[in-house]
Design a protein around this ligand. Sequence first.
Ligand code: NDP
Length: 399
Amino acid sequence: MGVNPQLKISTNPKTVTVLGATGSVGCNTVDLIERTPEHFQVIALTANTNVALLAQQARTLGAEIAVVADEGCYGSLKDALSGSGIEAAAGEQAIADAAQRPTDIIMAGIVGAAGLEPALTAVRRGATIGLANKECLVAAGDLFMAEVKAHKATLLPVDSEHNAIYQVFDFEHPHRVEKIILTASGGPFRTSSKQQMEAATVEQALAHPVWKMGTKISIDSATMMNKGLELIEAYYLFPVELDQIEILVHPQSVIHSMVGYVDGSVLAQLGSPDMRTPISYALAWPDRIETPSPRLDLADIATLTFEAPDMERFPALKLARESLRAGGCRPCVLNAANEIAVQEFLDGNIGFLDITRVEEQVLADSDVRPVNSLEDVHEADRDARRKTSALIKSQFMGR
Ligand code: NDP
């Protein structure tokens, strides 16, 4: 596809850092940058352990620095970058330092609560952030948003649903908004019986019918915890009350979400299910750039369907709503328990439906403690991880 000169970003190339460059969101971001190198100048790229891909991306994009979180990977990263002039660094602090470097835009594409500190570092320098890492809002929403406000940072939602809402939400007149309708594909078990879900394999759970994503979010989509986390994310990103956020299953994932107004109008953003569209929105904001995303052919699709979510087969939705309503450390506990339970399922230690059973039990056994500082968040996160692992070991493994 040729580049339409009318759509070129008019200013100098934007400086950009990609946190989690080797992941699904990261690779899509890198893909877009590679296609229009004249628009972007890459400052930092980060990963956890995937040295080979990170070094290759850094060389291709001419990054200033490449960083791995795992300090044990430093030597191999340095070797992989030798002769390139690209700096190598390792460790959690080095990731935060990379987020600290000034850029026009930073993509927060790390998975899980590990993404919180680097995203916060970017917030504290007043950055413009493409936010894919929803777990940081789930684990520390109140604190995170207070920092966004204090440092005048700009959050551009990259999650396709939140990006859709961002595009159609009347921020000037939020009182005109009646509700947000978050759409959900329903995941691979939308039509499965509870019995089938009980016996679901890792392979089946990872086989998302529409989206190709990282492992953790794919399992979250199968349990629908992803939509639960997105509910919490939407609550923090948009000026609405919890009761104004509805979830609607829409298997084709063409309508990425909707905003209902007081006069009965419903505004939606549509597109093919390709993350490069919302990622490009954040990268180019407030401009737009062309993407190779398949164009929507509604005549070909012909039918769009909708259904209410099944709260019985997907209790994660209720857990998320209740956790947010309870407040304090509750969403953080849910997030931490979910990260551990998902990993245990992937490792073959618990069954698919055990994921939400474990979370339910951890929440039931945890107090609602207030969260006043980042240390409170870390403590709640650590506690919940410890509790979840112990519970799985004592009651779920080998059942
Ligand atoms: P992936 O698992 O594909 O990638 C995760 C990235 O984070 C990788 O670069 C990985 O490095 C890095 N990483 C993992 N653990 C750590 C750590 N402890 N410290 C630093 N970096 C780490 O995830 P996704 O791209 O699927 O998801 C990223 C985020 O975006 C998630 O929060 C997800 O919910 C959200 N999101 C994803 C969508 C998608 O389409 N994938 C859609 C909407 C939201 P390495 O490769 O070395 O392991």
